[in-house]
Ligand binder design. Structure first.
Ligand SMILES: NC(=O)c1ccc[n+]([C@@H]2O[C@H](COP(=O)([O-])OP(=O)(O)OC[C@H]3O[C@@H](n4cnc5c(N)ncnc54)[C@H](OP(=O)(O)O)[C@@H]3O)[C@@H](O)[C@H]2O)c1
Length: 371
């Protein structure tokens, strides 16, 4: 078993010496920029595609990274919206913010060398340039493929896994034998939450769109049952009662809206609701998200709802990565990724797969240069 300090070594951004590779090579960089703020579902017209040359800057030690995978995240919809949030919105004509992985293709860096695979805020573009200061300030790190594959580092050992782990462990506080409900159960975060719940001895009930996805999460991820929310609301309520006969102790909420309203009616004494996201509301026009109808259930049941922002736990990621990588290696946890391959132009259509539920598991765009 690898010791925790060894995992810390693997994900820290800076430390080891590196072989420098100076290069005057010029790379043609295609980029996705935010052209206008979407109203409702984003369309291709909200983005522009631009091209520019990039190369290793003179001066401060730097590197050029060629994007391999872009992570498509529901949060991107929020980043396109103006207004106060946990992070500044993407400005008009700025390159769309995106995390992902890439390979170092030119380097004068004192930290990263050509051939290193890195993970971080590469943004929606084929190449990105990082000075050593910028890589440190944006939390870029070299991934260790001895511990996990690139796809695992982008999913269970990356941001979705960290969200599931800290949301459930720190806010949900799992208790053996209690009932955990998780929405968007087949998604990047949801599939990990359910499996963590099983590892902690909970009864796990998923909520997902369609009978096929529901059957899948039970068969593949070991959920005890799963409720299809794409049925008439009345029968969803009665199904919910059948699947949770002893009520709900933890609800990991990824979707908000009517599903949250339903769960609120079945809370147990001192239940915990983790507000992770509300994808059903992200494309709502007018900007006013209606509040939950049945919130007084919190009072009656001395229950609580708490918001989660995964970045708050960044200092503790090594702890979660150590545990999750061992569960993956031992076959106690699985992770499903959904990889779309193509040029960066596919970004807008791929993003919208999240809002129609076309993705199965962590959605990624594998970047192929346009011929
Ligand atoms: N708070 C944080 O720090 C943090 C970090 C990461 C993610 N998140 C949030 O976690 C949630 C899940 O993110 P993810 O990356 O794991 O995405 P995901 O679950 O892999 O993909 C999104 C899924 O949402 C479901 N969905 C779409 N529209 C819906 C609707 N109207 N009602 C119900 N379900 C709907 C679809 O699944 P179905 O086929 O089942 O409908 C779709 O596959 C999002 O709300 C995201 O914003 C929060």
């Amino acid at each position: 078993m690898m010791h925790l300090s060894a995992f810390r070594q693997t994900i820290r951004a800076f430390g080891s010496g590196s072989k420098k590779s100076l290069s005057s090579q010029v790379f043609r960089n295609r980029q996705i920029r935010l052209a206008s703020r979407p109203v409702g579902l984003p369309t291709a017209a909200n983005f522009s595609i631009t091209e520019e040359d990039v190369s290793l800057p003179r001066g401060e030690p730097s590197m050029v990274v060629k994007t391999t995978y872009l992570s498509l995240d529901p949060a991107m919809r929020g980043w396109m919206r103006e207004g106060r949030s946990y992070i500044a919105p993407v400005g008009i004509n700025e390159v769309m913010r995106a995390t992902g992985t890439g390979e170092v293709v030119a380097s004068s860096s004192s930290v990263f060398k050509v051939g290193d695979i890195i993970s971080g805020m590469v943004n929606a573009q084929e190449y990105s340039v990082f000075s050593d200061t910028k890589s440190r300030n944006t939390g870029l790190w070299k991934i260790n493929t001895d511990i996990g594959t690139e796809l695992q580092w982008l999913s269970a050992m990356g941001m979705p896994g960290m969200t599931a782990y800290f949301g459930l462990m720190e806010i949900g506080k799992p208790v053996r034998g209690q009932t955990l409900v998780v929405s968007s159960a087949a998604g990047a975060v949801g599939q990990i939450v359910g499996q963590l719940g099983k590892i902690k001895g909970m009864k796990v009930v998923g909520i997902a769109g369609g009978a096929e996805k529901c059957a899948f999460v039970c068969k593949e991820f070991g959920f005890d049952s799963c409720i299809d929310y794409k049925q008439p609301l009345k029968s969803f309520y009665s199904d919910f009662k059948k699947h949770c006969p002893k009520g709900v102790d933890i609800y990991f909420d990824n979707v908000g809206g009517e599903i949250l309203d339903c769960v609120l009616t079945r809370l147990n004494y001192q239940a915990r609701i983790i507000i992770c996201g509300a994808i059903s509301q992200y494309n709502a026009e007018g900007g006013n998200t209606p509040g939950p109808k049945n919130y007084l259930s919190l009072l009656v049941n001395r229950a609580r709802m708490e918001g989660l922002v995964v970045f708050d736990y960044s200092k503790q990621y090594p702890v979660a990565i150590a545990e999750i990588s061992q569960w993956l290696a031992a076959g106690k946890m699985k992770v499903l990724t959904d990889v779309v391959t193509g040029p960066i132009d596919k970004f807008p259509d791929t993003l919208n797969m999240l809002f129609s539920g076309q993705n199965n598991g962590k959605l990624l765009l594998k970047i192929e240069s346009k011929k």
